[in-house]
Design a protein around this ligand. Structure first.
Ligand code: EPU
Length: 426
């Protein structure tokens, strides 16, 4: 149904109150893939009710697994010999499906994953996944729209230097290396908190890892892994969404359940913008009673400013006092939503991977369209500070990563509802 619904936001409310964040989308999808590494039942807790989890659950079912999701608990029972083909219809809907490549190759010695094709945030390659797996002994070819990987003699340990600390490539290599013969070193590995979370599950399953949380991961392959139980790390990007929403609306919001350290750099930006920020290990509070000041932002791999929060920084600067430069270093398509923000009256000029934003006291409500999950959330934030009514369409993108964003924002005092998209009259 969500494909024909939209959000209707009436701007002007000052957000205040307390929210709790769910488990992280970008962790749980990989934890679900990691379950494939062991026969038996892996139990995941703090699993968010979002579309991407449903898609990954369907993918696992098609591979022969039994998946049950009740409340925030997910159990995945993996057969002795899972299937090894991920179809185009699911991979197309969710690019993260590519994370079954490493575990299935390790477990089955063979895997076919449909190539994801284009997506809304740029030309996201798979070369680092492919080159890394080849270093572990995989033979890989692309045929009829599928990436086919085989390791007829089994995978072996190897040294991999990633040209770029890719999150997805690091995860696929980790999940392949845990069952390879010998030791693998992944250098220039990504060290996002979601990768650390994956490492913790793998360790509970019996994997031997060193350098967890650093850019040099050492994996000593083992013969087999056992299923385990694990609680998903809190979603730092959702936490950041509410932090920016608080600052933009000149509000006062407490956010619970994410590791504050995971978004230190974003909170520091909000402090630079004039917000008061305080908190403890797993909660923080952002309050501000004046218009925020403009702040420059540069996206980088963790611990740099997350590209997933870049749309929120853009939206904040659209109503800040002053001019800011936003530099996007991760994804070439991530400014696509600027056209929509401009429809709300924002003054933004992009040039390559830079955007210059001149803040205005208020935006002006209009119909806009979500182009991806974070851009969609950024537009909702912009709607909160736009005069009159903003409608955000194509919210299936937002549903991919946010369990019921409208209800949570309403709890903080926002005027936002989910409503049917009116039928086109032509
Ligand atoms: N890249 C390559 N070749 C590769 C792999 C990556 O050129 O083989 C490039 C990509 O094209 C991109 C950059 O490297 O320009 C970063 O890609 P990365 O592999 O690090 O990202 P990802 O694994 O595809 C995950 C998250 C993204 C998040 C990024 C960066 C998931 C499911 N997705 O993507 O989250 O933006 O890491 O932190 O974990 C989102 O949640 O909205 C989202 C897009």
């Amino acid at each position: 149904m969500s494909g024909v619904e939209r959000f209707r936001v009436v701007g002007g409310a000052r957000l205040s109150g307390s929210v709790s964040v769910p488990g992280a989308k970008n962790s749980v999808l990989k934890l679900m893939a990691a379950a494939l590494l062991a026969e038996g039942t892996t139990q995941l807790s703090r699993v968010p009710s979002i579309l991407d989890v449903e898609i990954m659950a369907e993918l696992l079912r098609r591979l022969g697994c039994t998946v049950d999701h009740a409340d925030d608990q997910l159990s995945i029972t993996v057969p002795e010999a899972p299937g090894h083909e991920a179809d185009y219809d699911l991979v197309r809907r969710m690019r993260a499906s590519i994370c079954v490549l490493g575990p299935l190759l390790a477990r089955c010695g063979e895997v076919s994953v449909a190539l994801p094709g284009g997506d809304a945030i740029g030309s996201r390659g798979l070369d680092l996944h492919v080159e890394g797996l080849k270093r572990l002994g995989a033979e890989i070819e692309s045929e009829h729209g599928f990436l086919i990987a085989r390791a007829p003699q089994g995978l072996h340990g190897g040294q991999v230097w990633l040209d770029f600390p890719s999150v997805g490539a690091t995860e696929n290599l980790l999940m392949a290396a845990v069952l390879a013969h010998g030791t693998t070193i992944i250098d220039n590995a990504a060290r996002e908190p979601e990768i650390v979370d994956l490492c913790h599950l793998l360790e509970s399953m019996g994997a031997k890892l060193g350098g967890v949380g650093t850019s040099t991961l050492e994996v000593q392959g083992v013969d087999r892994l056992s299923p385990a139980a694990h609680t998903t790390v809190g979603d730092r990007i959702i936490a950041g969404t509410f932090a920016f929403a608080a600052a933009m609306t000149q509000g006062d919001v407490e956010v619970r359940g994410a590791v504050t350290q995971h978004i230190d750099i974003a909170l520091d930006k909000l402090a630079q913008a004039g917000a008061e920020v305080d908190g403890g290990d797993d909660w923080f509070r952002v309050s501000i009673d004046r218009r925020p000041s403009a702040v420059d932002v540069v996206t980088l791999p963790f611990p740099g400013f997350a590209t997933d929060m870049q749309p929120f920084a853009l939206a904040l600067n659209a109503v800040a006092d002053g001019t800011a430069m936003i530099t996007e270093n991760l994804f070439d398509g991530r400014f696509a939503f600027v056209h929509e923000l401009v429809r709300l009256g924002a003054e933004v000029r992009t040039d390559g991977h830079h955007a210059v934003v001149r803040g205005k006291p208020l935006l002006s409500g209009a119909p806009v369209r979500a182009t991806d999950v974070r851009a969609g959330a950024g537009l909702v934030l912009a709607g909160l500070v736009a005069e009159g009514v903003t409608t955000v369409s194509e919210i299936h993108h937002i549903d991919r990563g946010y369990p019921d964003l409208a209800t949570t924002l309403r709890g903080l005092g926002a005027d936002i509802v989910r409503e049917p998209e009116p039928e086109a009259s032509y």
